[in-house]
Design a protein around this ligand. Sequence first.
Ligand SMILES: [Zn+2]
Length: 153
Amino acid sequence: MIGEVALALLGEESGAVIADTRGAVWYWLVRPGTAADWSLHRVLAQGAFVVVPGRERKGGPGLHWRVPPSGARSLTDPDRLHAALMAANRAVKCCYRCDRLTSDPVFVADVHVASGADRAVYACRSCAERLSERPDVLGEVAAGRRALEGRAR
Ligand SMILES: [Zn+2]
């Protein structure tokens, strides 16, 4: 999902993109070494390899070109790609109810934790529409914690 959002943000500025639907991994191609200092997303270093789909493989399932290479548009500008990935990473949230990623999150609540590292809780649009009243987020967090610890109460 982050890849879809990043690709939408890049638009025509995206170079070729290889998608592997089985591993939910997308590969943008950048000039070697230009993403070596990134910390946000996995960057394949020197010596790593990527299996490249045949030119005619333009759809899944499996390995295919999400954006096929074209002469002048195979590599992506690393600065623009980094900015798009950062923005996509901020835009995509995990729904606290169904655990699915959503690019259309609905803010539900702030959860205050003892460590002081409060965090926002989001729901996907579908789950948010089913909420008839403000959820007891703290109660659900406590229930989840009890479930992890194997306790009933
Ligand atoms: Zn959901």
